[in-house]
Design a protein around this ligand. Sequence first.
Ligand SMILES: C[S@@+](CC[C@H](N)C(=O)[O-])C[C@H]1O[C@@H](n2cnc3c(N)ncnc32)[C@H](O)[C@@H]1O
Length: 262
Amino acid sequence: MFITKIHYSESRGDKAGGASRCINRPMTTMRGVAVKWLLFTILLGTWSLGWGFDERSVNPGINREYDQADPLFWQGMFEQERREVYARRHDIVAELGLKPGMQVADVGAGTGFFSLLFAPGVMPGGSVYAVDIVPNFVRAIEARARAAGLHQIIGVVNDPKDVKLPKGAIDLVFITDTYHHFEYPYSMLYSIRRALKPQGRLVIIDYKKDPDHSSPWVQRHVRSSESQVIEEVESAGFVLNTRHSLLDSQFFLEFVIAQNQN
Ligand SMILES: C[S@@+](CC[C@H](N)C(=O)[O-])C[C@H]1O[C@@H](n2cnc3c(N)ncnc32)[C@H](O)[C@@H]1O
């Protein structure tokens, strides 16, 4: 099998330490990505012509557990040290290279612990959008932000197919343990791409799904492996820029908008 070696320019996306920028990709995968990209572009064309793009749910019912969510109950579930993204939260934030004035979106914010941690790093002048499809989560994050005096946090209740952020306004979209909860990944990715600034970054952290090493829960609950996530995101007009090697049980990927999509 042929291996193509792709070097992505250092100038695309901000510097975030400790990760390789030289990515090996099998040729067949690249061809698959090209075909998916073509299909995606046709779908977007029909959408922009007003013909609609009726993406089917890839995982009906995945978010049912959050119907009428009690944020305090979920705080106990999401904010515990045995969860790797929680235990390493400060390292993850440091890796993102936040700067004053940045516009950051925490998509699928849940109980909002990342939104609360991001807020000081974008000041002065920045904002953190805490985005979730569950109104109870968003209202609870707003209350936590108010109590902590973090007025730069803006709650957004979005729709499962649309991130509902202003067009071309966001420097960094951050998605942790939520990509596998997207029922309509292509619609979400399209709306995220639309919300990003031309040099904006999309970070996705999610579980490694490996038939030999992942837990039965991950095998059952998580839809895609890391390579499938990369294929899907690239076919929606992004390119993988950085693989951060910080976490053990999770992948930490950073994408930028593909040049021909700007
Ligand atoms: C497993 S929780 C992760 C929460 C948080 N990111 C964390 O790591 O603790 C998944 C979250 O994604 C939200 N979610 C699911 N689909 C979404 C979508 N299309 N847009 C925004 N949020 C979504 C759910 O409501 C839930 O809060």
